[in-house]
Every structure is written in C-alpha cells, then in structure tokens.
Design a protein around this ligand. Structure first.
Ligand code: AMP
Length: 322
C-alpha cells in the first residue's frame, strides 16, 4: 500500500467506529505521549460525536503534555477500534486491554519486528510517530481538524525523539513538519525548555554519570545504575533516568554506550545508544530490540551485564576497523 493509501485506509477505519481507544507503550516518552494525545485531540475536534479515549499509566512528569483518560471501562472495548501508537512489540503495549477491541491499527516508526494489528502503518525511517501522525493529518486535511494543542503535542514528540533535531533520523521532512506545527501558534520555546530542564536531583545524577562512566579504548562506554547507586540522589517521582541516557553521546571518544538500570525485580534494564554502529542486533540477542541507534533489552544478572559490555566493545571495535 502506498503511504497515501494507508493514511486514507486508517481514516476510513476510524470513520466506521463510534469508540476509538488509543494506546501507547510502557515507560512512556514525549513521542508516544505526544503522538497519543495529539491524535486524541485531532479526532475529538474532527469527530465530536465519537468517543475518543487514550489509556496508559499516569506519569506526573508528563502532565505538561496532558493526561490519558482514567475512566475507560472494559465494556468500552467491545465495539472499539484500538489504535496502538509508537509501540513495536505487543508485550510493550501499556494496558493489556488493547487486545480486546474489535480491530487494531498499529502506527509506529520502529522496525516492524512484531507485525501486529489488522492494519499497520510502520515507517522505520521516520523521526517519530508524532511526525507520522502529522502526515496522517496532512493527507486527510480536508476531513480533519488540527487544533493548536495537537500541533504542540506532535512538536513535543518530534523534539523528544530527535534529541532536539540532532539525531540522524531528523530529515528535511521532519523540519518541514516542525515548521508547519509551529505555524499553528503554540510556544515552541516553552516545549523545548520543558524537555530540556531537569530537577536538581537529576543534575547531580548527570554529574555522577560523567564521573563514573567507563569508556573503553574502542569507544564503547557503560555505566551500571543499581538501586544503591541511585538512592543518594533522592530522585523524585517525576524524575526518570531517561534524561541521563543521551549524555555519554556528548563525549567525543564515545561511539556507543549502555546503561544498566536496576528494575523492580532486580534484573537490569539495558539501554543502548549509538552514534554509528547498529546496536539493535545486540539488543535482540538479549531478548529486546529497537532502532539501529537506540535499543533496549534486559540483563538478568551480572554475568549478562558483563557479556553485553564485551559484545558492545567488540561491535564498536569491529565498526572502527571497517
Ligand atoms: P529505551 O532505552 O527504553 O528508551 O529504549 C530505546 C528503544 O529501544 C525503544 O524505543 C524501543 O524501540 C527499544 N526497546 C527498549 N526496550 C526494549 C525491549 N525490552 N524490547 C524491545 N525493544 C525495546
């Protein structure tokens, strides 16, 4: 299906349902929240007679973008169209009820390793799902309304997933979309600032990251953040270690890096990033996945952490040799 055809097909699906429930992924980021709430805003403005809902665990750190609906009942799924945004793998969808809808549409920009949904629109070259959803609006502009609030939300998503237009997935089209969104009149600098600011606790954690990061001669770098390491920083409920994950990329000698963050079940969430060599194969080998330059997985013990570090080191060293 051409891009245009899929965008029209998604709108046709939407038109057939009176209830539409939009899901995002667990551990939300500005792109999945912006895409989800931006789509909700567009559909509410365009189809006032329909019930348009967004679900997902509440994270106060994202309240500046808006909130999901807290009162969605199981019954509402019976005849609903479910749209899952920004989520590559089924287990990562926030709220398992997504599977209980009548039909599912997947809209995403991650590699389509887990091709789920009755209708799928996946473009892994796009900067963000928010950019795709602007394209969805633009392709159907005769029938859809883009409120300024939706534009603000999509802009926030693009800014989040491009590291403020810095990462390679930022295309000329991304910049065009950002410009069109800005032209609706929200304050882009307020959004930029909201995504740039960190709490004093996070600022201190950033210093810790730079002090304690291990940088190997290959250009691979890593840092383990256990509960005990994080405890002295007294991070608040709106703080997330996500804010420190990009920091090693600012160092000239670092080519790819891994954070190992202790999870509630005492496994370690692996957060992999790269400025060159593809690291999603490594993530997949450890039960995860993701983009070529940003992936994640889980390490079950120290031995697996050591193994990931070795594999990352070899991968970066090999990339250098080519
Ligand atoms: P994160 O470090 O959690 O922000 O993850 C970066 C990217 O890696 C995400 O956008 C996902 O595409 C992917 N990812 C992270 N964790 C997993 C996982 N456990 N399984 C599959 N993909 C993941």
């Amino acid at each position: 299906m051409t891009h245009m055809a899929i965008q029209t097909a998604i709108l046709e699906q939407i038109k057939q349902y009176s209830t539409i429930i939009i899901h995002r992924h667990q551990h939300p980021d500005p792109d999945c929240v912006g895409a989800q709430l931006g789509l909700r805003t567009i559909l509410r403005a365009s189809f006032p007679e329909k019930t348009i809902l967004a679900v997902g665990k509440h994270y106060p750190g994202f309240d500046w973008l808006g909130q999901a609906d807290t009162d969605v009942t199981d019954d509402q799924y019976q005849n609903a169209l479910v749209i899952v945004v920004d989520t590559a793998n089924q287990p990562r969808v926030d709220d398992a009820r997504w599977q209980t809808g009548k039909a599912v549409v997947k809209i995403d920009h991650h590699p389509n390793d887990d091709a789920f949904g009755d209708l799928q629109w996946v473009e892994d070259q796009a900067s963000s799902t928010s950019e795709l959803l602007y394209d969805f609006y633009a392709a159907n502009a005769a029938e859809l309304t883009l409120p300024t609030e939706a534009a603000r939300l999509f802009y926030a998503g693009i800014v989040g997933d491009t590291g403020r237009f810095m990462y390679p997935a930022t295309s000329a089209h991304t910049m065009e979309v950002a410009g069109k969104l800005m032209a609706t009149g929200f304050s882009a600098s307020d959004v930029n600032q909201a995504e740039d600011e960190v709490s004093p606790a996070m600022a201190r954690l950033s210093a810790y990251v730079y002090q304690n990061l291990t940088i190997l001669p290959s250009g691979a770098a890593y840092l383990k953040l256990s509960d005990a390491d994080l405890e002295p920083f007294e991070l608040g409920e709106t703080d997330s270690t996500s804010a420190v994950v990009p920091l090693p990329g600012k160092i000239t000698t670092v080519k790819a890096w891994a954070f190992f963050v202790e999870a509630k079940d005492h496994t370690y969430r692996i957060r992999l990033r790269s400025k060159g060599p593809s690291i999603n194969g490594l993530a997949k080998a450890h039960g995860g996945g993701g983009h070529a330059l940003a992936s994640g997985a889980t390490a079950h013990d120290q031995a697996e952490i050591d193994q990931v570090v070795q594999e990352l080191d070899a991968l970066v060293a090999q990339d250098k040799g080519e």
